[in-house]
Design a protein around this ligand. Structure first.
Ligand SMILES: [Zn+2]
Length: 274
């Protein structure tokens, strides 16, 4: 069974464990309001029944709106079941709506563009286009309470997966700057505890990526030419799964450096640009 936490007035989450083999340990489904209610993301398909039951018991069966941050399974998985039961009006970014079609064919979210607003009674949720982890990722900003519902961009316990083919590190870093500029009081994310010091955490994440990029450039200068070799030298002593994820993250760094004209690719080899 998942764990319910009440964080502040009208903001509660259900934390459900991830299925075996997942990258993240668990995922959070967030319910906002005291009626009308708005739900942000829906957990894995494997926990759809649990999320449906939780929403029914927390809301008395009347969910008005469902906001989806992006199309990944751990955020989209319960959406069809929840909408089938509640009829909630559903919103997502148009790029993500396209990507959702395969996984949730019966879902028909309305398109929500950057800066568009969804209202829930007195409260406004402004869509904040924050691509990088996924190409049409949205966060949702409640200006009056300075709360950002951040999806997967700013996590407390780990750094966000950003890798090819659909992740883009340049976009991701720009999105972190956008979220930093909002100066949120708190960020409720899709995984892990609330981010109580958003600007501090974002600075730490930016610093981490800068440091990693430095390591990538050093490795290239030393003649290390593939993400696999690079991962072996940067992530020492980690398990096979972490190594695989790390390798893809390094590929993301290399793609960014190519976009910036600082690195070039020859077949499977990456080289510093002259
Ligand atoms: Zn995700």
């Amino acid at each position: 069974m998942g764990t319910t936490e009440i964080h502040e007035d009208g903001v509660r989450t259900l934390r459900v464990d991830s299925p075996p083999g997942s990258h993240m340990k668990n995922v959070l489904v967030t319910l906002v309001g005291e009626g009308p209610y708005i739900l942000i993301d829906t957990g894995y398909p494997e926990c759809a029944n649990e999320v449906v039951a939780w929403v029914a018991s927390e809301t008395g069966g009347s969910l008005d709106t469902l906001l989806l941050t992006h199309h990944h399974q751990d955020h989209l998985g319960g959406a069809e079941a929840i909408v089938a039961v509640t009829g909630a009006a559903t919103w997502a970014h148009p790029i993500e709506i396209e990507l959702m079609k395969e996984r949730a064919p019966s879902l028909a979210p309305a398109p929500l563009e950057d800066k568009e607003i969804v209202r829930l009674g007195e409260v406004e949720f402004k869509a904040v286009f924050t691509p990088g982890h996924s190409p049409g990722h949205l966060a949702f900003w409640c200006e009056a309470r300075r709360i950002l519902f951040g999806g997967d961009n700013v996590l407390m316990e780990t750094s966000t997966w950003v890798g090819p083919p659909r992740g883009n590190l340049r976009d991701f870093l720009a999105s972190l700057e956008v979220e930093r500029a909002l100066a949120p009081r708190v960020i409720y994310s899709g995984h892990g505890p609330p981010v109580e010091d958003p600007v501090g955490r974002i600075d730490a994440l930016l610093h981490h990526r800068t440091r990693r990029e430095g390591q990538v450039l050093e490795a290239l200068a030393a003649g290390v030419e593939t993400p696999e070799e690079m991962a072996a030298s940067i992530y020492r002593g980690v398990g096979e799964k972490t190594m695989r994820i790390g390798t893809a993250m390094l590929a993301g760094h290399l793609e960014k450096l190519i976009e910036e004209g600082r690195v070039r690719r020859e077949g499977v080899r990456y080289l510093l640009a002259e």
